[in-house]
Design a protein around this ligand. Structure first.
Ligand code: 5GP
Length: 216
């Protein structure tokens, strides 16, 4: 998609796109859709100390690591951000992000508000933050139960944590209510397209305008 634009030939810097939401708000589905249609968007694969859920693939959904390995990555400064969520360590490996940005790719992150704050502190010019809200508490509970990948006690815990996660909604650039997957998906696409066009990301504009004015 997206190469049809007449301005697509102007070089741009990649951006860092964060999608945050409480578990069960539809973030994973929305991320998958975005990745499937946008060749220039790559997913950051986090490290975590939590155990894989059924069907999760090491290296694709997460890099599943031990607490010792996690602590070592933190000590070595290998993580762009990291946080404790539901008693487990989660973090974003720094090197792939740097490599993708240099290659002009946009990097998608499924991380919580704590990690978003840390990336904002380090790289705010490159960051676009989207928060996804569930349409109601009942819907969120239904989705968590339907998903049923976690034990009942974990579902209850995640419902309690949702309120805390949602309290950070105002720290995001865009806040979407996921009452309809297609509309939410379209809104994310609009945000991405507009953010790609922001002047400070379009590093090729200077040369383009200079050349243009030479012939005026
Ligand atoms: P889950 O265990 O359901 O996959 O993820 C639990 C929470 O951890 C989600 O809110 C998810 O966004 C967050 N998370 C996943 N990876 C990272 C990460 O690398 N850093 C941070 N800060 N949060 C993460």
């Amino acid at each position: 998609m997206s190469n049809a634009s007449p301005s697509a030939s102007i070089a741009r810097r990649g951006l860092l796109l964060v999608l945050s939401s409480p578990s069960g708000a539809g973030k994973t589905t929305l991320s998958k859709r975005l990745l499937a249609r946008e060749d220039d968007v790559v997913m950051s694969v986090s490290v975590t100390t939590r155990k894989p859920r059924p069907g999760e693939v090491d290296g694709k959904d997460y890099h599943f690591i031990s607490r010792d390995q996690f602590d070592q990555l933190v000590a070595d400064g290998e993580l762009l951000e990291y946080a404790e969520v539901f008693g487990n360590g989660y973090g974003t490996p720094l090197k792939p992000v740097q490599q993708w940005l240099a290659a002009g790719k946009d990097v998608l992150f499924d991380i919580d508000w704590q990690g978003t704050q840390q990336i904002h502190a380090r790289m705010h010019d490159d960051l676009v933050r989207i928060f996804i809200l569930p349409p109601s508490a009942e819907e969120l509970r239904d989705r968590l139960v339907r998903r049923a990948q976690d034990a009942a006690s974990v579902v209850a815990k995640r419902m309690a944590e949702a309120s805390n996660e949602i309290s950070h909604w105002a720290e995001y650039d865009y806040v979407l209510v996921n009452d309809d997957l297609d509309s939410c998906d379209a809104a994310i696409e609009s945000i991405l397209q507009a953010e790609r066009l922001r002047r400070h990301r379009r590093i090729g504009l200077d040369t383009f305008v200079k050349k243009l004015r030479k012939h005026l």
